[in-house]
Design a binder for this molecule. Structure first.
Ligand code: AMP
Length: 113
């Protein structure tokens, strides 16, 4: 946990954000700047900077399980959705706490740009 990390503060409830789903190791909440009709972020409760630092598989498993649960609950599992883990500068990661974007509710484009 880090006092300076926004997503750590969200995960421990210091920043008032509605969790759309949660489990023992991860929480899910809506992105503040949604890029699709469904845009939910899923983060580990514990501070993990990015996938590169995710040496313990348990939080990653929890994030993946919760992302699937969110996709089902948001009604996009059938139509399809995109799971994005931006990593590092060229990957477009702007918050240094691992997060998976669950994007759905419209057709996604490829290449992502
Ligand atoms: P990334 O660019 O992959 O690091 O994604 C970070 C995401 O966090 C962006 O899509 C932001 O819109 C989102 N974000 C930043 N601050 C908040 C916040 N307070 N609540 C919800 N989403 C946020």
């Amino acid at each position: 946990m880090s006092d300076d990390c926004l997503f750590c503060r969200i995960a421990r409830g210091d920043v008032p954000v509605l969790f759309v789903a949660e489990n023992a190791l991860a929480v899910a909440f809506r992105d503040i700047h949604p890029q699709a009709p469904v845009h939910v972020l899923v983060i580990p409760r514990a501070h993990v900077e990015s996938m590169l630092e995710a040496t313990d598989p348990a939080p990653m498993n929890a994030v993946m399980q919760l992302a699937i649960e969110v996709a089902r609950a948001e009604g996009v599992a059938g139509s399809g959705f995109r799971l994005v883990l931006n990593t590092g500068a060229d990957g477009g990661q702007s918050v240094s706490h691992l997060h998976a974007h669950v994007l759905g509710g419209r057709a996604m484009h490829w290449p992502p740009g």
